[in-house]
Design a protein around this ligand. Structure first.
Ligand SMILES: N[C@@H](CCC(=O)N[C@@H](CS)C(=O)NCC(=O)O)C(=O)O
Length: 209
C-alpha cells in the first residue's frame, strides 16, 4: 500500500514529496493544478475542506492536510529515516519551533501574496496587500536567519524534516532571488537540502532554476 499525495509543482506538496523521497516510501502523485483552481472543486474539497494542497492519504486511508503536520506524521511513521529526534529530546522541540513558525507565520503571507483579492473588498487594495505580504515574509526569513542560525541544518549536523520545510518554503515569494544575498545561512541550508541524493530530483521538479 502506498501513500497518495495530491499537489502541484512548486506548491506545498513539494516538501511532502521530498520527505517521502528521503524516506524511500512509495507514493502515487495526483495532480491538483492551481492554475485552474482545481483545489476549489467540490469533489477535492471533500478531502481538503480548506480547498488547499497538499493532501496526503495514508496507506490505511486516513486523510491528512496541513503540510507541517504531514511532515511530522511522516517522520514519526518512519523513525528508521531519522527525520525528527524523539519527543523526549530538546532537539525535537527546536525543530518543531522553527518549522511551525514557518507554517504558522510565513505560509499565510504566501496566501496573501498569491491571492491578495481575498483580503479586501476593494480590488484596488490588492497590490498593497501583496507588497506588504512580500515585505513581512522577508522580515520573517531575516528573523530566522538571525535567531535560528542554521549550520547547515536547523539542528546543526543533524538533518530533519524542519530543514526540508524551511528549504522549500524559502524559495517562495521570490525568495530564490534575494535570500542568497541577505540570508546566507538559510541559503546554505537550502543548498544542502537540494543536494541530498534522494531529494535532488524532487527539488529540481518543484524549484525551477
Ligand atoms: N496550511 C496549509 C496551507 C496550504 C496552502 O495554502 N497551499 C496553497 C498552495 S502552496 C494552496 O493550496 N493555495 C490555493 C488557494 O489558497 O486557493 C498547509 O500548510 O498545508
Amino acid at each position: 500500500m502506498s501513500y497518495i499525495l495530491y499537489g502541484d509543482k512548486g506548491s506545498g506538496s513539494g516538501p511532502v514529496e521530498m520527505a517521502l523521497a528521503e524516506i524511500g516510501a512509495p507514493v502515487e502523485l495526483r495532480e491538483v493544478p492551481l492554475s485552474s483552481d482545481a483545489q476549489l472543486d467540490s469533489e477535492y474539497r471533500r478531502l481538503n475542506p480548506m480547498g488547499r494542497i497538499p493532501t496526503l492519504i495514508l496507506p490505511d486511508g486516513t486523510v491528512m492536510t496541513e503540510s507541517a503536520a504531514i511532515l511530522i506524521a511522516l517522520a514519526d511513521r518512519h523513525p528508521e529515516a531519522g527525520l525528527l529526534p524523539p519527543g523526549y529530546e530538546s532537539a525535537r522541540a527546536v525543530a518543531m519551533r522553527w518549522m511551525l513558525l514557518v507554517a504558522g507565520e510565513f505560509y499565510p503571507h504566501v496566501t496573501r501574496y498569491d491571492y491578495p483579492e481575498r483580503f479586501a473588498p476593494d480590488p484596488a487594495a490588492a497590490p498593497g496587500i501583496r507588497a506588504r505580504a512580500e515585505e513581512m515574509g522577508r522580515e520573517l526569513w531575516r528573523l530566522i536567519e538571525r535567531e535560528c542560525r542554521p549550520d547547515p541544518f536547523v539542528l546543526g549536523a543533524r538533518f530533519s524534516v524542519a530543514d526540508i520545510y524551511l528549504a522549500a518554503l524559502s524559495r517562495w515569494i521570490k525568495g530564490a532571488s534575494w535570500i542568497p544575498m541577505q540570508c546566507p545561512r538559510i541559503e546554505a541550508l537550502a543548498r544542502a537540502v537540494a543536494a541530498r541524493p534522494r531529494i535532488a530530483p524532487v527539488w529540481a521538479k518543484h524549484v525551477p532554476g
